[in-house]
Design a binder for this molecule. Structure first.
Ligand SMILES: Cc1ncc(COP(=O)(O)O)c(C=O)c1O
Length: 473
């Protein structure tokens, strides 16, 4: 035998495995045959196989896992492009057929709705508290109650705000029918039809719907997937008095999951106060942090009442309660009138249940929910790395439970939504998150459900549908 033969053999073997990885026959996370199996299959020595695997390891293509063998190495996900680049012109919003189509199918399958799965909510405790509230406080059904809400609930909300440095009195809070009513009241308080409101790009489609219903124009501001709205772009956009208000989600935005650094929040609040432009802050995901500390909301830096802070218990306790709240700062009196005009009150029974749950049970529950969401997001990212085609991009968020995924160029997310729906897999296509239907190759995946083999299968299948979608284009 020629002295160079063993070298060629191990190189050939390494090249063969490398090309199987390149073609996708072997995918990230797949287990390779054992050294002995490989030796038998290829009829080579154990040394040749060991050497080939060493070469593949050096090339970063495979990895050894203790006591388990060799695996095709996972690709860390490519990050998203630096920031979005929406149109610099404000536009009227027209929520179109796509949203209604999405609404019809989003509930049918996994990854669609941005809400934790029912089993993660404290169902039994809420049932018990509801029966108790009915027994002990029957007037909750026979009275309208105060438009601003139950004092007991507002006291609990004010107490909890201390956790993020908020010094709120009971009367600084108005209870609303979910966060969406809080946002809607704020928009009415600060803007009129035809005004321009600056928003993130991409932004939650519910906000786009609100802008449409108020006849307000959307100015989409470039937004970074990690650090949120671009302060430079916002500074430019708000220089000449055209922008009447900003509506932003600084903590774990939907759909990006971005988190504005504290320094940016402070600068944002100061700049808008100087320019007398109110900031409507949506902090519905503030409690869903994966790190130890709850991120401060922009409201924590508000010294003159220019921030209208909105949130709800929808994602934390249960969506069916429809209990949210707003702290309107210097717009508080106006908001109280608007709340009365809009819906009189928020059902007092539900408020009482939330107040009781906040008093006992909530802290433990939210810690568990946070951990579950962090785990579900990590598992979904892992699955995307394994099952989605090369060129897929995302940034692991630091909180929340939605993932914004940019599929390789040419993917058609709306078509993907339709094919996936036929197999009971749901997702939100990127076009829903922009007034101008951008983000054609992006999808939002909700990781609200516990990770199960069914979830893993659905994600694997979705990866195959993405492959097919790319081949169709
Ligand atoms: C960012 C954001 N704001 C507001 C809402 C609406 O909240 P609620 O159901 O409490 O009205 C949602 C719901 O998905 C959301 O994602």
């Amino acid at each position: 035998m020629n002295a160079t033969t063993p070298t060629l053999l191990y190189q050939h073997l390494a090249d063969d495995v490398a090309s199987m990885i390149a073609s996708g026959t072997l995918r990230p996370g797949d287990k390779l045959p054992s050294l002995r199996e490989m030796r038998t299959r290829r009829q080579v020595s154990l040394t040749t196989v060991t050497e080939a695997f060493r070469v593949l390891e050096d090339r970063g293509l495979i990895e050894a896992r203790p006591q388990s063998g060799f695996y095709v190495r996972r690709r860390p996900p490519l990050p998203l492009p630096a920031q979005s680049s929406p149109s610099p012109e404000p536009s009227l919003v027209s929520v179109n057929a796509l949203l209604w189509r999405y609404m019809r199918i989003a509930h049918a399958g996994t990854f669609g709705c941005a809400v934790p799965a029912a089993e993660l909510f404290p169902g039994a405790q809420l049932q018990k508290l509801t029966s108790e509230a009915l027994r002990r406080h029957s007037h909750l059904l026979s009275d309208y109650g105060k438009p601003a809400g139950l004092d007991s609930l507002r006291r609990q909300i004010a107490r909890r705000a201390l956790g993020w440095g908020g010094r709120l009195a009971v009367d600084d809070i108005i209870v609303t029918n979910g966060c969406i009513e809080a946002l809607s009241l704020c928009l009415r308080a600060v803007a009129q039809a035809g005004d321009v409101v600056a928003i993130e790009s991409p932004t939650y489609f519910g906000v786009l719907q609100l802008l449409e219903s108020h006849g307000v124009k959307a100015l989409e501001i470039p937004t970074h997937p990690v650090s949120g709205v671009s302060l430079e772009a916002l500074e430019l956009a708000t220089r000449h008095g055209q922008v009447k208000a900003c509506l932003l989600t600084p903590n774990f935005s939907n759909p990006l999951g971005s988190l504005m650094p504290e320094a940016n929040k402070r600068a944002l609040v100061e700049m808008l106060a100087e320019r007398n432009i109110p900031l409507i802050e949506d902090d519905i995901y503030g409690e869903f942090h994966f790190g130890r500390e709850r991120p401060l909301p922009a409201k924590a830096f508000d010294t003159c009442g220019n921030v209208l802070y909105c949130s709800s218990f929808t994602k934390m306790i249960s969506p069916g309660l429809r209990v949210g709240w707003v702290c309107g700062g210097r717009y508080q009196a106006k908001l109280e009138v608007l709340k009365y005009i809009n819906s009189f009150t928020t059902p007092a029974l539900m408020q009482q249940v939330v107040a009781q749950f906040l008093e006992s049970g909530f802290d433990r529950h939210i810690r568990r929910l946070r951990r579950a969401c962090a785990d579900q997001v990590a598992q979904t990212i892992d699955g995307i790395e394994r099952y989605f085609p090369a060129g897929t991009r995302l940034n692991p968020p630091q909180g929340g439970y939605v993932l914004w995924v940019a599929l390789p160029e040419g993917a058609n997310a709306v078509a993907l939504m339709e094919t996936a729906a036929q197999e009971n897999i749901s997702l939100a296509p990127g076009a829903l998150f922009s007034a101008r239907e951008g983000f054609a190759n992006c999808i939002r995946l909700s990781c609200g459900a516990p990770w199960t083999p069914q979830q893993a299968n659905a994600l694997r299948r979705l990866g195959e549908l993405v492959d097919a979608n790319l081949q169709d284009t």
